[in-house]
Design a protein around this ligand. Structure first.
Ligand code: ASP
Length: 438
């Protein structure tokens, strides 16, 4: 049995958290590989080391002194080392990094140093090898992850190391320069390492006990989600429920490795298991797995008599959006009507152009744009073939006096998406949750 553990920034923010993380790692000899983030926030107003580094980068570019933020970074690491009682000095590393930043190092190199230094400390504390991501995680010329090259080299290096701490968030370009993933990217590194190690499980340790069935800022005390499939997770995270970097699913999904979201501050909680298929999950307790939603959508509503008999109508409409660089989110259509749901912020700058083009090229009988929409996604593998789910969703909305402006059921039968007025968002989310979770 091999497990890969990734600890997020808040799980490695100070010595106290390092101790908790180390206790978790030491509790099972299967915990062979550990991926570390940079120190995160210790309290709400605190600044993440990655943000301090980005501030250094910005100052260096503006030819201003970096001493203030860089001093804060050094002190955070010094404090962790001292509090853990380690016989380790990173002073030489600090001097090199400071110099390279002053000499206008690239943004990604600067941003990655938090993970680099934190992983050195964790490796020392655990007595594990330090395996630099620069030597084992590779990007292509285009800056996308080169999974096959990475897999090949990482598998060998991990095997040789036996156990190791690998910094999250970055790798290297073909010319050897550092390249990072987007923010929160250590989750992706964890997934890559789990895949290369042929791990049985990827544990992602953070500061919450897994995913909840709904946003706790909207629904009071939502229940945790014990099991969720990769596909359900995609649907929910697309609609704004976030617990992990979205791209972290892909490397492990192909390999069929489950991900377990766990809480460093509450290791006894089982957290959420993200599994490849419904068969790998326990039977769901509720028909729905979760609800998520987002505000800030607009619908472009187009009506034209006998539209459904016109070949290429839909394509022409979408082409206009494409020509304006606006991507669409949903596409519910009727017999002679079609609505294209887009993000309001993406539409706004091109609105006039788009309206003019639609009028000219499509000559609709009716065209209007509906703003201030919220989209809610009700997601659950339990919905497939369960009768009456849609009925219950709409009954709950009707009872809460929420007007449904649009309906879109995914062809997977895994989700029902409803468009409502943004002002009804919280009431609607709560009503649907209460309907299914009693
Ligand atoms: N430290 C990086 C960030 O703050 C990456 C990560 O923590 O995953 O985005």
């Amino acid at each position: 049995m091999i497990k890969v553990l990734k600890f997020g920034g808040s799980s490695l923010a100070d010595a106290e958290h390092f101790r908790k993380a180390a206790q978790i790692v030491r509790s099972d000899p299967a915990n062979r590989y550990v991926v570390a983030s940079a120190p995160g926030k210790r309290f709400p107003e605190d600044i993440k080391v990655t943000d301090l580094l980005l501030e250094c980068y910005r100052l260096a570019r503006a030819k201003k002194p970096i001493d203030e933020p860089f001093g804060q970074i050094e002190n955070r690491f010094r404090e962790i080392i001292k509090d853990l009682g380690l016989n380790l000095s990173l002073e030489a590393e600090f001097a090199t990094i400071r110099l390279v930043i002053k000499n206008r190092a690239g943004r990604d190199y600067v941003a990655s140093r938090g993970e680099y230094l934190n992983s050195m400390i964790l490796a020392e504390y655990l007595g594990y090898s330090f395996l630099d991501a620069e030597d084992s995680i590779f990007f292509t010329e285009e800056g996308v992850l080169d999974l096959s090259r990475t897999d090949e080299s990482l598998e060998v290096l991990l095997g040789e190391a036996g156990n190791a701490v690998i910094p999250g968030f970055y790798g290297s370009m073909p010319n050897g320069t550092v390249r990072t993933f987007s923010r929160g990217g250590s989750d992706i590194t964890g997934s890559i390492v789990a895949r290369a190690a042929k791990a049985d499980l990827y544990e992602n340790w953070t500061d919450v006990s897994g995913m909840l069935m709904a946003d706790p800022r909207v629904v009071k005390d939502p229940k945790p989600i014990p099991f969720i499939t990769y596909r359900e997770l995609r649907e929910l995270s697309y609609m704004g429920a976030s617990v992990m970097h979205e791209e972290a699913i892909f490397p492990v999904r192909d390999a069929g490795i489950p991900i377990n979201i766990r809480n460093t501050n509450c290791p006894e909680a089982p957290g959420t298991m993200i599994v490849p298929s419904a068969e790998a999950a326990a039977a769901p307790e509720y028909i729905i797995t979760g609800i998520a939603g987002k505000v800030g959508f607009s619908a472009i509503y187009v009506e034209k008599a006998l539209m459904n008999g016109q070949l290429g109508f839909c394509r022409r409409l979408l082409q206009i959006l494409e020509d304006n660089g606006v991507s669409f989110e949903h596409l519910p259509s009727g017999i002679d009507t079609m609505s294209v749901v887009v993000e309001t912020a993406a539409l706004e700058p091109h609105k006039e152009n788009i309206v003019a083009s639609i009028n000219r090229k499509i000559e609709p009988d009716n065209l209007h744009i509906l703003d201030n929409l919220a989209m809610l996604a009700v997601v659950g593998r339990g919905m497939v073939r369960a009768e009456g789910t849609a009925f219950r969703v709409f009954k709950a909305l009707a009872e809460a006096k929420v007007n449904v402006r649009m309906i879109d059921q995914g062809s997977s039968e895994l989700n029902i998406i409803v468009g409502i007025d943004a002002a009804d968002y919280s009431v609607a989310l709560d009503a649907i949750y209460r309907e299914f979770v009693k």
